[in-house]
Design a protein around this ligand. Structure first.
Ligand code: 4AD
Ligand code: MG
Length: 466
């Protein structure tokens, strides 16, 4: 017997007969000898209504078990529904219960529950309308990203998750070791008393990657245009609405692109993937704008319709200095801008996405190309309302001597990056790229205000349950 998904069923031009539906009960309503049971199978936001005629008493034993969360299989014929707001319903001929759902201790109740509570039952929260919608959008957004790059001639490459190099140089890396950390006294030691990692599995100290960029560059300098899409890890102790210790990052890298090409790509990319999700997840986005963020439609319009402001860091500082009274951290040329400043620029001042470029070299990563002024580098951040920094990127330093000097200034071990420097020794070209934080993009598209609620299982300071 055919078991189409509820999504497929509701999209049919005419009702099907002799079908089976499988899913979880949302609600049940009884009217004399008839029962109406709303079933959801996760394929879409909409439920299918089962109509159960119990005038013969045939369903006496199963009916009381049809409660919120119970899993069932129902067979019957689809019919046009007389009820408003639904196209079809299922006239049930037979019913089977796969799994009962005792209400006394089922955590997912119909009444509104808090996001904080639902995080403690993250294994069951996909059963709520909100988190099911979030997960479907996550899936569609991933697809939109792959589609965008495929349509634009990029190759999808895979970069290592375990790495010996530190791309961002911010000291935020998780160690990877086979040494038994419960017994540090047994670590092999060097003569100077430090741990001897040459005895570890990889023969050197290794970490979870903070970014696939450096390895991505090696492939862009052979294939032209590449992107990565993978998990990244940051051991920073930032307990904020927009930081996670484990998040997914999308990093395109393009040979022969300069900073301006990079900014143009970032803008086009964010617009196109947002547009794709708006077209393909309309039902789910409607749920978010109805129950979560009534301004979501205008936010999405802002993202897809406006042209993004291009603003140099120096000009941003001129704007922000005049507003210093409103900021916790005061702005002057050279300081690293924080989320309060980023959000002021995009939300209050320009009221649209802003791409800020040419940052001071001291607060930027080692690989960003030095400008002729000797003070700034060709880095850029895309700032959006509600989130602040959504993308960070740059044109890369492609001159060997300048890069080596930079690495010395940053006190980096140049020998360890011999392969990265080789790119500048052999057939070096101008190139650029950026990183988009996938979870931040999810927050932007759904209106969900905490990064913990756009991850299936958030990893944040103090929390790694499940
Ligand atoms: O600005 P970031 O640190 O840039 C890089 O890692 C570069 N290697 C990217 C590149 O040029 N290929 O990180 C890029 C983006 C940020 O703009 C932000 O959206 C996201 O990654 N991000 C985080 N998202 C969630 N939690 C965190 N702790 C994040 N740190 C960065
Ligand atoms: Mg950044």
């Amino acid at each position: 017997m055919k078991t189409p998904s509820i999504k497929e069923l509701l999209e049919k031009d005419s009702p099907l007969s002799q079908i089976r539906v499988q899913g979880w009960v949302k609600t049940r309503r009884d009217l004399k000898s008839q029962s109406f049971v709303e079933v959801n199978d996760g394929s879409c936001r909409k439920n299918l209504q089962l109509v159960i005629d119990n005038s013969q008493g045939k369903f006496d034993s199963v009916l009381p078990r049809l409660v919120n969360g119970a899993a069932l299989s129902a067979q019957g014929d689809m019919v046009e529904s007389p009820a408003a707001g639904q196209k079809y319903e299922l006239a049930v001929k037979s019913l089977e219960i796969y799994g009962d759902c005792p209400q006394e201790n089922y955590p997912i109740q119909k009444k509104k529950t808090s996001d904080e509570f639902l995080r403690t039952v993250a294994h069951l929260r996909p059963r709520t309308n909100k988190y099911a919608a979030m997960l479907r959008v996550r899936s569609e957004l991933s697809f939109a990203i792959h589609k965008y790059f495929k349509d634009n001639g990029f190759f999808y490459v895979h970069t290592p998750i375990i790495t010996a190099s530190d791309c961002e140089g911010a000291g935020q890396m998780f160690n990877v070791t086979t040494f038994d950390t419960a017994k540090p006294s047994q670590f092999p030691l060097n003569q100077d008393g430090s741990t001897d990692f040459s005895k570890d599995l990889f023969g050197k100290k290794t970490f979870l990657t903070v970014s696939g960029q450096l390895e991505g560059e090696t492939m862009a300098l052979a294939l032209g245009k590449i992107y990565t899409f993978g998990p990244t890890f940051r051991a920073e102790n930032s307990n904020t609405y927009r930081h996670a210790a484990e998040f997914w990052m999308i990093e395109p890298e393009m040979a022969f692109y300069d900073l301006y090409d990079d900014m143009d790509l970032a803008e086009d990319f964010v617009k196109k993937i947002t547009d794709h999700v708006m077209k393909n997840c309309a039902q789910d986005l409607e749920l978010f704008s109805k129950f979560l963020d009534k301004d979501l439609p205008s936010t999405l319009q802002n993202i897809t319709q406006n042209s993004y402001e291009r603003l140099s860091y120096t000009d941003a500082v001129s704007i922000l200095e005049k507003e210093n009274s409103r900021f916790e951290n005061k702005v002057s040329w050279g300081v690293d801008l924080g989320s309060e400043h980023e959000r002021f620029l995009t939300e209050n001042y320009f009221k649209k996405p802003v791409i800020m470029y040419n940052k001071p070299k001291n607060s930027a990563a080692f690989y960003m190309k030095l400008n002729d002024d000797g003070k700034t580098v060709r880095g850029m951040d895309l700032l959006v309302p509600r989130i602040g920094e959504l993308i960070g990127g740059s044109e890369r330093e492609n001159r060997l001597e300048v890069l080596e000097k930079k690495m010395e200034d940053f006190k980096m071990n140049k020998e360890a990056y011999w392969w990265y420097l080789d790119l500048r020794r052999f057939g070096s070209v101008p190139h650029a790229g950026f990183g988009l934080g996938f979870e931040r993009m999810m927050m932007l598209i759904t209106g969900i205000s905490n990064i913990r609620d756009v991850c299936s299982y958030p990893r944040v300071p103090g929390y790694a349950e499940f």
